[in-house]
Design a binder for this molecule. Structure first.
Ligand code: SF4
Length: 406
């Protein structure tokens, strides 16, 4: 049993991530590996992605079939369904994909039509994840998006009517001029359209983006922490009142069936294979769980990635070996970012450390401050962050001592 993260829908089977980097315009806050390119370059890219699959498959040792496939990016919905099918077919040919593997597709609202949804469903897509970001025209203009609020609503309605198992809506908060009232309106809009899953991310200004340039010039800054905390709390309150359960810092589902089967693998050290530029992979190195692991990542930029694939090489740019201590530290961090928290008994078995005993004064202080609680029940003892603990989860985890041999 992994040590943290939500409990529902956990399979232990690996997940496959495919990075499709194309976007019709590059948003000023985006720090992903993305680019704009015409149809010939997109086609060439798909040829290379198809070619990367057998290169990676030769060295992927985990015999368990992949039970999730995530088409992310970038804007995968920009590619014709026939190209997406070629990539999925390569996965089926060279990797063990479970017949009922759950396929996720990221889409931008401007690409969502009833016909496109029907084609995506024909490819086996079960979760459509919409890059809505806001239902407010002003916020969307600030974020440099090509759709407006009306289009965002229409796209969500169309996706919901198309019969996907889950429609997920991504929103961004923490815009410089945003007030609790304007953010509440966005939250109420998503509640009103009624998807099964919502992700709410805080705007971060990355140095290598256009917003980063504006920030260096003093024209833009991130929202002060205190105001961010107010919006974070508001997010959790409004969505909880509307029937969404938070299961991770940024993720909310109407029921456990709508929780992301794929993202959970990142949070509990389930193995995953990432293909395409910038994609990350993780393989665990011991049979009974996740005490040691190997993580590697691909060339970030598309051209060097393509050159290496064309030469028959794996396009790996870097790697790290994670020992027991690194795994334990990550497991604590990832667990404290989820509402299920950290399973203390499983943690003790896996890593040989009693987190409570090693951090008794810290846990007592954080409990008094209302940041976390220790629960015990039929599934054992758990260290569970409260809402105010979730808001500062990374800082909480950093305060813990994980006294393990390296
Ligand atoms: S659409 Fe998404 S992936 Fe593409 S540039 Fe904008 S934020 Fe980045």
């Amino acid at each position: 049993m992994p040590t943290g993260g939500p409990r529902a829908n956990r399979s232990g089977a690996p997940g496959l991530y495919l990075h499709l980097p194309f976007c019709s315009a590059i948003c000023p806050y985006c720090d992903f590996s993305v680019l704009r390119a015409g149809v010939p370059a997109r086609r060439r890219f798909v040829d290379h992605l198809v070619a990367e699959v057998p290169l990676a498959a030769r060295e992927w040792r985990d015999p368990t079939p992949f039970d999730t496939v995530y088409l992310g990016g970038g804007t995968p919905s920009l590619l014709p369904p026939g190209d997406l099918a070629r990539v999925l077919d390569a996965g089926r040919e060279h990797l063990a994909l479970a017949p009922a593997a759950w396929v996720f597709l990221e889409a931008n609202p401007e690409d969502v039509t009833a016909a496109a949804c029907a084609e995506w469903r024909g490819l086996g897509v079960r979760t459509l994840s919409l890059g809505v970001q806001s239902f407010s025209d002003d916020a969307l203009r600030f974020l440099g998006r090509r759709h407006d609020g009306k289009r965002a609503r229409a796209a969500t309605d169309t996706a919901l009517a198309a019969g996907f198992d889950t429609v997920s809506v991504d929103l961004i908060f923490g815009l410089p001029d945003q007030t609790p009232e304007t953010w509440r309106r966005d939250l109420m809009a998503v509640v009103d359209v009624g998807p099964g899953h919502v992700s709410c991310y805080q705007l971060t200004i990355h140095p290598r983006t256009r917003f980063g340039v504006s920030a260096r010039r003093g024209q833009l800054s991130e929202m002060p922490e205190r105001e961010q905390a107010t919006l974070f709390d508001l997010t959790h309150r409004v969505l909880a009142d509307a029937g969404f359960s938070a299961y991770e810092v940024s993720n909310f589902a109407r029921s456990p069936d709508h929780e992301s089967r794929h993202n959970r693998k990142y949070w509990d050290h389930t193995p995953y294979l990432g293909l395409g530029p910038s994609a990350h992979s993780l393989a665990t190195a011991d049979a009974d769980g996740t005490r040691r692991a190997h993580r590697w990542w691909n060339e970030r930029r598309t051209l060097p990635w393509e050159r290496r694939v064309a030469a028959g090489e794996r396009p790996i740019a870097g790697e790290e070996r994670l020992g027991r201590r690194a795994m334990a530290t990550e497991a604590l961090l990832l667990g404290l970012r989820t509402t299920a928290g950290v399973d203390l008994d499983a943690f003790a078995v896996r890593y040989g450390i009693d987190v409570l005993a090693a951090n008794d004064a810290l846990v007592a202080r954080l409990a008094t401050e209302g940041r976390l609680v220790v629960t015990s029940g039929p599934t054992g003892r758990r260290l569970v962050p409260t809402r105010s603990g979730l808001a500062v989860a990374d800082g909480l985890a950093a305060a813990f001592d994980v006294p393990l041999p390296t």
